[in-house]
Design a protein around this ligand. Sequence first.
Ligand SMILES: [Zn+2]
Length: 415
Amino acid sequence: MHWFTAVFLAALGFTALLQLWLSQRHIRHVVANRNAVPAEFSASIPLAAHQKAADYTAARTRLGALETLAAAALLLGLTLGGVLQFLSDAWERIFEAGGYVHGIALIVSVALISSVIDLPFALYRTFVIEARFGFNRTSLALFFADLAKQAALGALLLVPLLFCFLWLMTRMGAMWWVYAWATWVAFSLVVQFLYPTVFVRWFNKFSPLEDASLRSRIEGLLTKCGFRSRGLFVMDGSKRSSHGNAYFTGFGVAKRIVLFDTLVSRLDPPEIEAVLAHELGHFSLRHVWKRMGLAFGASLAILWLLGWLIGREWFYTALGVHTQGTAMALVLFFMIAPVFTFPLHPLASLYSRRHEFEADAYAARQADARDLVRALVKLYEDNASTLTPDPLHSAFYDSHPPAASRIARLQMQQT
Ligand SMILES: [Zn+2]
């Protein structure tokens, strides 16, 4: 066996077992704490809601474990199982070997296969788990319409990008990865701008916030925070799910504040103000830009690595492929990369949780921390988010700090 085959198999096995172990720990921890609401929430969250959150978390985590197994099997099948080589050979009978169309056909067919494998999981999650816990509001027709729109949007954005990448890889010599990186940065910025202003309208409807008293309250907060927006909107999130959220979109002149209708109907105006102050905190502290800067730095390193691997014969043969080329290198690299980067997840999650604490502290300064605590408790209860995650699982996956530590900090920040 080639040494890189052994490294790949070891990394795949390690990551898959680590993910399964974390899932098991999480389920065990949540179930063990199922019969008692943590003391700090005993006055605000009923036992039945706490138990619902435990069952919901366990159901989702179990499905996630099955998805881990399916993804590992798919990756093995595509690489060492010979499916990638088979696809490449099949497309060669129709298109010029190694040409752009052949490359795009290869990558699109891999994307289609993995979407088909994801589909039963997505259906089960939405129509069985979400439905069982009373969150699902989407219909099969809407689900498939969304899927078709997502596929169209993906094709519209990614096929031209892919073509650009393959062209640069072919034409720009050894330093192609620098040009590819610049293209990627420009593409990400354009999508960041277009997504909230244009594409999101394909999926949801936005209406101006009607409630005059809530609007003037929010406008007061915006003035206080020195924030100028292009409008306050309510989005029909309830069309698909009863989970609630508030977000901001866009940057520069395109800034819009969007509240999910589910959030507006569930929270009181002071609580909405506090949640929005938290979101304004992310903006004011430049969290989006910091994250993007970090992602751009990481992508430069990643593309450099791909630039190095693309010329090594063993990179292909050790992964079960003998056709070498730009498209094959791209698809192999981006398929196997997550297997190697998963152990770095806790760092990314830690960074994100630090931003959440910072945004909470900002909200406590600009609004009332007690309102934010009340809003968080309602959102935890409504979304059936567990109050008792396994600490190690949380360290790997949670972009937001556990409820108890968030609320404890906010209570210290009350003035
Ligand atoms: Zn946040």
